[in-house]
Design a protein around this ligand. Structure first.
Ligand code: F6P
Length: 546
């Protein structure tokens, strides 16, 4: 038994889970007309209704007790103070400092973090204005019209997700494109219509060693110099965002064109840093700052609200409840706002790379479920694809439904239709429909008894499927900042409660190392006999069939 499992709140939750599994939310709602009032939180920009979970007051109180027994508040303080809570990498975790007010000065390893952030904001703002106003010119004297961000994982998903979410706030001063895949099909497709004289590349890589990004950046550089016939053109068309200035300079990017990053910003939490440059270029620096301010607003809520009213804490504890205690293995993210179409992909990295681990802080194996697998799609598309599974499969998939009260792009009737589905689905997933109701309905429609006997079992929906409803006032930079920061803090709390090192990602290294070796073998046509016979045969087949 791990230390967590011997906590009294943990033991009590284990017992509660056994009892609650046999309950139905319909009964809980019938017994308590105050459920919504009890199990919802309203902030200025968003509302969370979590009443459609298999919880009651006792369960929530015990979950908050678990948060207390695991010292979430102390760890939160340590994180915001810049203590090195990323133990396996000996790093502070300070993405919150990137969106702070900078009233409080923070120091890490003798360096004044607040000053670094302030200086970076100034450098970013000057650069963004220069490009957007047409003062940054390409090698032939033309203004920049297109930005191509080259990066992957945290150096891609956050900025691209936000660019998509806020595309209606862009004044189209520049067009922003993203290259993340090393499959040449992507960069070819993106560069094909572009004019090298008017393109600015941002090479985004915290480490500046990521193979895919380096290869794409190299290809982009060749594309540019093939047009300019002059390597000095690189200075006018390439900037980098990285914590590894030396590598960026060795690659050929001029020192003045390098935006820094710091060890205390994790890749998947980095969109608030200069990694967010494409967002700022697209929307203007003021809108980027509004996004940061929105995230800061959530930071303040996270730090100050009591657990019982604290959105990230509640979201984390519900995930712990549904996953670790009730045994759900996956979690769906279902945005009903078209502009949030990349949110699920973004949260896959944020949640799964952070907490998808099986040893605790002390390196001991944990025998409880940690983070569920995160999946999903725009809700409306999902309804016509996989919601069948959500409603009737034997696997219960807790789901976050995310929608907006006001549409940013109103088209008569559309938003009401969209949101009717949004509300209907969480209701249906919770209430379900039993066989008696199915039979009565079919009878009322004049169906024969034989038909009813045949079809009734197939039409039963057991319901009792947990959902969280997150209703945003409208998608705008500040509200999006609220939403993303809420999930970031949820991930942090979940990691603390489950004793998971949320800020490292050792699990990505093994495959990277093997790929590097295989790349050499493919290049030299010397397939090593040390591979297992499956991998070796695949490599030989591939080489022979090329
Ligand atoms: O391989 C995973 C990963 O290290 C992520 O954690 C990170 O966001 C991504 O690769 C990109 O890393 P970098 O910004 O260093 O290129």
């Amino acid at each position: 038994m791990t230390a967590r499992q011997s906590l009294s709140s943990w033991k009590k939750l284990t017992q509660l889970a056994q009892q609650k599994k046999s309950q139905h939310m319909n009964t809980l709602f019938a017994q308590d007309s105050e459920r919504f009032a009890k199990f919802s939180v309203e902030l200025p920009k968003m509302l969370l209704d979590y009443s459609k979970n298999l919880i009651d007051s006792e369960t929530m109180a015990t979950l908050f007790e678990l948060a207390k027994e695991t010292h979430v508040a102390d760890w939160r303080e340590k994180m915001f103070a810049g203590e090195k809570i990323n133990k396996t990498e000996n790093r502070a975790v300070l993405h919150t400092a990137l969106r702070g007010s900078n009233e409080k000065s923070l120091t890490v390893d003798g360096e004044n973090v607040s000053e670094h952030v302030e200086a970076q904001w100034q450098k970013m703002e000057a650069f963004v204005n220069k490009v957007r106003q047409g003062h940054w010119l390409g090698y032939s004297g033309k203004r920049i019209t297109d930005i191509v961000n080259i990066g992957v994982g945290g150096s891609n998903l956050g900025p691209q997700m936000v660019t998509e979410a806020l595309k209606h706030y862009s004044d189209n001063s520049v067009n922003v494109h993203y290259v993340s895949n090393v499959d040449g099909a992507q960069i070819v497709e993106i560069l094909r219509p572009l004019d090298p004289e008017k393109v600015l590349f941002i090479v985004s890589s915290k480490t500046f060693t990521t193979t895919e990004t380096m290869m794409n950046a190299g290809t982009a550089m060749k594309w540019l110099t093939a047009s300019s016939f002059d390597e000095t053109a690189v200075g006018k068309h390439f900037v980098a965002v990285t914590a590894n200035k030396e590598n960026a300079m060795n690659f050929g990017i001029e020192a003045k064109n390098i935006f820094g990053m710091w060890d205390w910003v994790g890749g998947r939490f980095s969109l608030w840093s200069a990694i967010g440059l494409p967002i700022a270029l697209d929307l203007g620096f003021d809108q980027f700052k509004a996004l940061l301010d929105g995230a800061h607003e959530m930071d303040e809520h996270f730090v100050n609200a009591p657990f019982e009213q604290n959105m990230p804490v509640i979201m984390a504890m519900l995930s712990v409840w549904n996953t670790t205690f009730l045994g759900s293995q996956s979690q769906a993210i279902l945005p009903y706002d078209q502009t949030l179409h990349m949110l699920t992909a973004y949260l896959q990295q944020a949640e799964m790379e952070s907490n998808g681990k099986s040893v605790n802080w002390h390196g001991e194996a944990v025998n409880y479920a940690t983070v569920p697998s995160i999946w999903g799609e725009l809700g409306i598309n999902g309804q016509h694809a996989f919601y069948q599974y959500l409603h009737q499969s034997n696997n219960v998939v807790p789901a976050d439904f995310i929608g907006s009260v006001a549409s940013v792009t109103p088209v008569k009737g559309h938003h009401e239709t969209l949101m009717s589905n949004f509300f209907a689905q969480t209701q249906a997933l919770m209430t379900g429909v039993n066989e008696e109701q199915v039979r009565a309905d079919l009878k009322a429609k004049g169906r024969t008894d034989a038909y009813i006997d045949m079809v009734a079992p197939h039409k039963v929906h057991k319901g009792n499927r947990p959902t969280n409803t997150i209703l945003l006032k409208r998608i705008d930079p500040a509200t999006l900042g609220n939403l993303i920061a809420m999930y970031e803090h949820k991930i942090f709390v979940q990691g603390i409660v489950l004793q998971i090192c949320s800020f490292d990602q050792w699990g990505v290294e093994l495959g990277k190392g093997l790929a590097a070796n295989i790349q050499k073998e493919l290049a030299s046509d010397q397939i090593s006999a040390e591979h297992d016979c499956s991998t070796m045969s695949l490599l030989n087949y591939y080489q022979a069939a090329k």
